[in-house]
Design a protein around this ligand. Structure first.
Ligand SMILES: NC(=O)c1ccc[n+]([C@@H]2O[C@H](COP(=O)([O-])OP(=O)(O)OC[C@H]3O[C@@H](n4cnc5c(N)ncnc54)[C@H](O)[C@@H]3O)[C@@H](O)[C@H]2O)c1
Ligand SMILES: O=c1ccn([C@@H]2O[C@H](COP(=O)(O)OP(=O)(O)O[C@H]3O[C@H](CO)[C@@H](O)[C@H](O)[C@H]3O)[C@@H](O)[C@H]2O)c(=O)[nH]1
Length: 424
């Protein structure tokens, strides 16, 4: 089928490449012309495992990028994948969604009699597809509801594993305004072996927020238990290993340490808090999830300073800048508040990340960036491990290069014994 993907970022580009791999004809509409050129040249603007291979295979054939919205109503479905970043009050900024929906509506108007589905894949608060997207589209089409259907099809991929997650989803949720619209959306996935859940529009929107809030809650819960365990001298990883063996709990997302970063968990929990407060609810638990996550990285610096004494003038190696492994994305990375605190306390930061140094340089141009973990560790008075990069688990003799072997583990990734490193 013919699919138009609006927005060529993490979700849009990965979805577009995977839809092409599934045998569809895909057009990506992206307002950033640099990204358009890169996509058409088969070069991914972001790092994501497996994406380059898919672009090389499909770009210029059944995957094309462009900046204008012309002719999109000739495709069967438009899938909106633009950003929904947080506003100052924590609520989701829906201006990109509104603008994309208006542009789609303008094109649908030019092609009467051709049925087109508008699907939202971006994470949006309940009611958005119906009250903002459909409204913006129908305003442009003059209220013609015959030729258009609406779908909310949330995306659950994780960065770093995006292609794999897209191709092997636990479920595909399709919320729709009516059966016909939902059937068109379901067809996009027909070559994928996936469990499909059909719901209403608002339920699909809420499933996405609730999934992220629940996963973030598991992490903050593990961090709180980890902090208690630490005071009691108990290994929280041993504890959570046992807890996660209960099928009702599952072992996933119970890793304590530096807390959660990324463009989704912090933003989506904040948006849910903001939404709850607007309708007169007191989201006590969700607020605590964010509170625990804010203090967690600073705890690492406090533990470090307890070991090293004053950080003033001390060289501190920060291993890992990306918010998680296998990505160059530093959005809400826990390294950001940690580096800020280290600088405030007078430390000399020496950072290393396999992919994300150039991104972090935009925020902290004055700290030292090393080309290897060994360089960052040489003569260091202390080390903080911030990202679960697999290459860090193989580090060993590199720690001998430190002046003092003070290692604070934020991700429990190192293959060193507990007596050598301090972790949750
Ligand atoms: N990043 C993830 O892992 C992930 C996973 C699931 C869901 N989501 C959700 O998906 C949405 C997109 O996230 P992302 O990380 O891909 O964002 P992103 O910022 O990487 O990409 C958004 C893209 O949309 C483009 N854009 C903005 N307005 C446009 C317009 N009117 N027309 C065409 N292009 C436009 C931007 O230039 C940008 O390239 C968000 O709502 C996010 O919460 C993200
Ligand atoms: O046990 C854990 C697991 C993860 N993390 C941290 O949590 C953050 C998020 O990790 P992850 O969920 O793997 O990556 P994201 O790409 O942010 O994916 C989340 O956010 C996406 C955007 O909404 C969703 O689509 C995914 O389902 C959801 O997992 C990272 O900083 C991890 O280091 C922990 O601290 N402990």
């Amino acid at each position: 089928m013919k699919i138009t993907v609006i927005g060529g970022g993490y979700v849009g580009l990965v979805s577009a490449a995977c839809f092409a791999e599934l045998g569809n004809h895909v057009t990506v509409i992206e307002i950033d012309s640099k990204k358009v050129d890169m996509i058409n040249a088969g070069v991914p603007p972001i790092y994501e495992k497996g994406l380059e291979e898919l672009l090389k295979k499909h770009s210029g054939k059944n995957l094309v990028a462009k900046s204008d919205y012309n002719d999109i109503s000739l495709s069967d479905i438009s899938v909106i994948c633009v950003g929904t970043p947080p506003l100052k009050d924590g609520s989701a900024n829906l201006s990109y969604i509104k603008s994309a929906a208006g542009s789609i509506g303008g094109e649908i108007k030019k092609n009467p009699g051709h049925y087109h589905v508008v699907a939202v894949k971006s994470t949006v608060p309940p009611g958005t597809t119906e009250n903002i997207v459909a409204k913006a589209v129908l305003e442009k089409t003059g209220g013609n509801q015959e030729d258009v259907g609406f779908v909310m099809n949330p995306e659950f991929l994780r960065e770093g594993l995006a292609v794999e997650d897209f191709m092997n989803p636990d479920r595909v949720v399709i919320g729709s305004s009516d059966e016909k619209a939902g059937d068109v959306a379901e067809k996009m996935y027909e070559n994928l072996c996936a469990r499909i859940l059909r719901t209403g529009l608002s339920a699909a929107e809420m499933i996405k927020y609730t999934s992220n809030a629940f996963l973030a809650t598991k992490i903050s819960f593990s961090n709180e238990i980890g902090n208690i365990c630490k005071k009691l001298g108990i290994d929280v990883y041993e504890v959570m290993g046992g807890v996660g063996m209960d099928k009702r709990i599952s072992p996933m997302f119970l890793n304590a340490g530096a807390g959660f970063g990324g463009s989704c968990f912090p933003k989506d929990v904040m948006a849910l808090v903001s939404l709850a407060e607007k309708i007169g609810e007191k989201p006590v638990l969700l607020k605590s999830v964010l509170d625990v996550n804010e203090t967690q990285p600073l705890k690492m610096v406090e533990i470090l300073e307890k070991q090293t004494g004053s950080l003033k003038g001390k060289k501190i190696a920060v291993l890992g800048l990306a918010f998680k492994d296998n990505t160059d994305d530093i959005r809400e990375s826990r390294s950001i508040p940690v580096i800020k605190e280290l600088i405030l306390r007078g430390a000399l930061v020496s950072a290393y990340d396999p992919l994300a140094s150039s991104e972090m340089r935009k925020i902290y141009p004055a700290i030292n960036y090393s080309n290897t973990a060994g360089d960052a560790l040489t003569d260091a008075d202390g080390c903080l491990v911030m990202t679960e990069w697999p290459e860090f688990s193989r580090l060993s003799s590199e720690f001998d290069l430190m002046k003092d072997r003070v290692i604070i583990e934020g991700r429990r990734i190192l293959d060193i014994t507990d007596s050598e490193g301090i972790c949750w």
